[in-house]
Design a protein around this ligand. Sequence first.
Ligand SMILES: Cc1ncc(COP(=O)(O)O)c(C=O)c1O
Length: 413
Amino acid sequence: MSVLAINGGTRVRSEPYPAWPQVDQRDADAVADVVLNGQIGGWPEPGPRNAEFAARFASYQGASHGIVMVNGTVTMEVALKALGIGWGDEVIVPALTFAATAYAAIAAGALPVIVDVESERWTIDPDAVEAAITPRTRAIMPVHLGQQMADMDRLAAIADRHGLALVEDCAHAHGQRWGGRGAGCIGAFGSFSHQSSKTLTAGEGGTLLTGDDDLARRAHSIIDCGRPKDAAEQQFTFGANYRLGELACALLCTQLDRFEAQRAERETGARLFEQLADGLTGVSINPIHPQITRWGFYRYLFRIDPDAFAGATCKTVADALEAEGIAAEVQYPPMSRYDLFQPQLSRLPVCVVHANRLDPGRMSFPVAESAGEREAVYLNESVFRAGRQGVEDAVTAIAKVQQHAHELTAVRT
Ligand SMILES: Cc1ncc(COP(=O)(O)O)c(C=O)c1O
């Protein structure tokens, strides 16, 4: 008889994990207040709720400016444009991330140059970054993936040495800190997503953080159809309407009220997970970089050894965990598997100077490929908001799936 729930056995957890986002009357009141009394749209930019959220979130992370817009993809496009990056330029991105990171470079007119991630933490490999720099390179876009942060000390040193901009993709890293500095406050810009699954959400939205007055002014102008933001100069920029409406900004304000308590709860849960999962057969936890001084994560990643799971890879194991009632999944395929970034398959404009940079023969990223296709299992943030039991259930289910992994040969995906 089958033991694993994916084969009809009894699941470890029957109670659902807590829903996301957490909302109550305060959110409804905040939105109603905008509807009844205020400016509903995003123009004039920034509206009052937008400005309130931008100032509070920037201060929470430790930046002097927040620029709030429609999502966490255009944030990165706008950051690159504000930095003057575009046609003919190259931007280095990691091979393990959501497509948005590379898409943003393309949307700005630049070429994303994809490099592998470090084997210890699955964030962009600084050695690979340095090896990929050419005279056309203008920026590095590290992604703080899962509970990790990219090695910002090494990347900042490389960026300084080569005169490059750093734009941090912090879609997973609200609340995270590196050496006491907030994620998104180390590079020229930090980009955050407020899409519905993210840990600070209004359904949609994105925020750019920066400490530079001039970059902030340019970003505000780009997202507001290029309108001048400097009364004295009256300068127009190329821009479009990327403004976020005030209804969503009102929700961002109420969600920010709850954020620190939620972050602390997830951190406590994740520390418990690390204790309880220590010693599980076939499972390892990537070491947290000692420079991470505060944890804020969206998905928690752990590593499986497929050999210890009867050859099953991360997708099958995540499916088996989900059947056990655990909020687990796999996320990103390595960039080498996206048709989008294969010039012969996509409509990516490859000019002669760039042709060799997009040669599919160069698209080999062994660490990202192994992580994305064999090893990386993501636990949803909700696992860590369900008290001790929520975490214990996850650990029990992982051990159960490993012990009965021979059953998975029938269900391999
Ligand atoms: C790493 C990463 N970067 C960027 C984004 C894009 O954010 P948005 O969906 O708000 O455009 C996401 C969203 O899933 C993401 O996970």
